[in-house]
Design a protein around this ligand. Sequence first.
Ligand code: AMP
Ligand code: MG
Length: 355
Amino acid sequence: MEKLVLGIECTAHTFGIGIVEVTKKEVLFNEKNVFRDDNNGMDPRKLSEFHISNFDSILLKAKQYLASINKSFSDLSLITFSQGPGQGNSLKVAGLVAKTLSLKYRVPIVGVNHIRSHLEIGKMHTGFEDPLFLNITGVNSQVIAQSEHDKNYVVYGETEDIGLGNLLDSVAREFDLGFPGGPKIEEIAKSGKHMMSIPYTIKGMNVSFAGMISNIKQKKQYFENKKEIELLSGEKIVYNKYEDFLADICFSLQETVFAMIQEVAERALAYTNKKELVLVGGVAANKRFVEMTKAMCKTREVTYDALPLPLCMDNGVMIAWAGYVRYLELGDKSRGQGDLSGLKPMPYITVENNI
Ligand code: AMP
Ligand code: MG
């Protein structure tokens, strides 16, 4: 029997709703509104005002979708929502919308850890049994895998300061490229020719990105003052055209940060002996990053896969699927684990903040 699960994502910039038919692992609906403010990034108050003013448009689309397949919210088997970690006020919007739907339509509800949802959708989509995950998002840069011992997710390596996506966004803001910065930097990097020397900081299994921003700001000053800039080869160069300088900055930044992530991932593969790797998170949209990760996996004879863009970025589908996985874990022995049929309304909320 088909089971429809609806997931609500609202941890930061995205209010998204996804609907998954969980018995066939089929993504039926995936819509979202994304907040953007090119000048100020994510101001928490503006962010929650945006979600409060706009969530209903996505909810309406979900309702219309369900109507198009002769269903309604009452036919859902489960409602799930992003419970954390995230921006406090945004999380309240997710919780409030989910709880209201659950009470009104008498559907059970489960709260989901946002980071875990990136991993679970990675497993669902690839069909991998036990992969190493590279979770590279705006705020996170993590190498994660399930422990052999108890199957809990373990963070083997991560950033010690800012996330890789936020680094790209900050550098893009420095050069007035707008938000989100990652795709802009990717495009401009294609015309880069020279590899500049950018701090490459790995501490054990962890990476550090924060120092790169001041280094790049310094390079910008050198460019403006027509001073020599040192390349990785030791050569020195004075840039005359802003476009050439910017292209080399984007190119060098990408090559450096992606290589750092590969090095940590490679160490984690050697340590855990995993044979599968999956890229998740918004930065996985970057083609150069994917190319480098694939090449690294090939040399280590590790099977590689990634998610399509709509499942990489924050979205409601990953919350729906991870909520379902969590629901099965919580179980209800009297009804048989994993059987959602015949459920009475259970407007309970479960919390799992640690992965
Ligand atoms: P998430 O936090 O998972 O929603 O991912 C958002 C982050 O992904 C933002 O910091 C974006 O700049 C980054 N991002 C999106 N597309 C790309 C891309 N093509 N290359 C690099 N970073 C990207
Ligand atoms: Mg995310």
